[in-house]
Structure formats: C-alpha cells, structure tokens
Design a protein around this ligand. Structure first.
Ligand SMILES: [Cu+2]
Length: 116
C-alpha cells in the first residue's frame, strides 16, 4: 500500500484518513456524568504527537477550567490524557488541537455535563 501513497496524495492533497480526528472520549462526547472526572481521555483515529497537542476546558460560567498538559497514554499512541479540576455542576466544553505523527493538525470541540 505504501507505494501507492504518492499517487493518492497527488489525487487528494488532504486525505481525510490520514488525520487525527477524535474517535471517542471519556467522559463521552455529550455525556451527562454524576461524578466529576479527574481526567479526560481522548482517543483519536491516528497516532498523536502528544507534546504538540493542546486541550482546554471551559466551565459552566465560561471560565477556563484548570487542565494539565496532555499526557501520552503508554501503549496507546492514539490517546492522550488530561488531568482536570472539575467541581461545579454544569456544561463543560472541551476544545482540542491535535498534531498527528504525520504532522497534520486538526482541531475540534465537544461537551459533556456534570449533573451530580
Ligand atoms: Cu494527517
């Protein structure tokens, strides 16, 4: 398959399959959770260059939540973990910027709700 890549790249300069998009998250995208998560786990469709990935979290009042630098998850190169300090009930918006190991940048956002 590798020898076909130059041809594919020529036909489609931005092949969607080669980018790191969010595949799933914990807490799940759109979830309503009863317990404040101590960390967010984001799983992507591609392997990540975690040192170049950022995740920010906005709380119910729009203020930024304390979120640590994304950490790699040993043995899972398509995942990153972010320790967060979440206490107040309400909706949380997670904004992520990812750099995949093929050096492509992607970004997105999702939310979950804390409802104890
Ligand atoms: Cu890519």
């Amino acid at each position: 398959m590798k020898r076909f890549l130059p041809l594919l790249a020529a036909l489609a300069p931005v092949p969607a399959f080669a980018h790191a998009f969010l595949k799933s998250a914990e807490p799940r995208v759109g979830a309503v959770v009863a317990t404040p998560p101590a960390q967010l786990l984001l799983t992507y469709t591609e392997e990540l260059a975690v040192p170049f990935c950022t995740v920010t979290v906005a709380g119910p009042n729009g203020a930024q939540v304390q979120a640590a630098k994304p950490q790699p998850v040993p043995g899972h190169e398509n995942e990153l973990a972010v320790k967060v300090r979440i206490t107040a009930p309400g909706k949380y918006v997670v904004t992520w910027h990812a750099l995949s190991q093929d050096t492509h940048k992607t970004q997105g956002r999702y939310s979950f709700t804390l409802s104890p």
